[in-house]
Ligand binder design. Structure first.
Ligand code: SF4
Ligand code: SF4
Length: 186
């Protein structure tokens, strides 16, 4: 039968030699290959005890940022939700009341802010769209879970600790991927 490609090879059906029949040279060859790999640098890591370093441009969980006075930066303008290609962001805006100037930086704030991490593709467009440096993607990996509703991150989950009342927790939450303008007033 004519072959479809020119890559076919004829099978060698010649009788085995004495060396092939006793297998010892082949076993020795196999052991030599094993020994060679034994001294090579390991490419595997013992996850989760060890983790590989992430790329400097890795994008993980979102953080809703505050300004240096601890006020929420988000003004619920909705630009992040509009920019999101996965339609993962929802929010509800509310008016700041007199006496709440120390809580919210702008006259309008997000009373409710949610991100569906099952929809999110971690593209970072929400961070780029935000005019207030209110949201950025940290280097934290989204933890796995069994329940779908655990992946709906609310404002309470996303909001960074207050830098005035919890400076240590704030610094830790900023992480390595902090925005260049973190803490600055725009
Ligand atoms: S990272 Fe991308 S997909 Fe995820 S919420 Fe932001 S804009 Fe949407
Ligand atoms: S996070 Fe930024 S873009 Fe999104 S609603 Fe708040 S201020 Fe607007």
């Amino acid at each position: 039968m004519q072959s479809l490609t020119n890559r076919s090879e004829n099978v060698n059906r010649s009788p085995m030699t004495f060396a092939e029949r006793i297998y010892i040279p082949e076993i020795a060859k196999g052991m030599a290959i094993t020994l060679k790999h034994f001294f090579k640098k390991k490419v595997t890591v013992s996850y989760p005890d060890e983790t590989r370093p992430f790329s400097p441009v890795f994008r993980g969980l979102h953080v809703l940022n505050r300004d240096e006075e601890g006020r929420e930066r988000c003004t619920a303008c909705g630009l992040c939700a509009v920019a999101c290609p996965a339609e993962a962001i929802t929010m509800e805006a509310a008016e700041r009341l007199p006496g709440e100037e120390n809580l919210y930086r702008e006259e309008k704030y997000a009373a409710k802010y949610e991100i569906n991490m099952l929809r999110c593709i971690f593209c970072g467009l929400c961070e780029e769209a935000c005019p207030k440096d209110a949201i950025y993607l940290s280097e934290t990996v989204t933890p796995s879970d069994y329940a779908r509703k655990k992946f709906i991150y609310t404002k309470e989950d996303l909001l960074i600790p207050n830098p005035v009342t919890e400076p240590e927790a704030y610094k830790e939450a900023l992480g390595k991927n902090q925005p260049t303008t973190a803490g600055s007033l725009k």
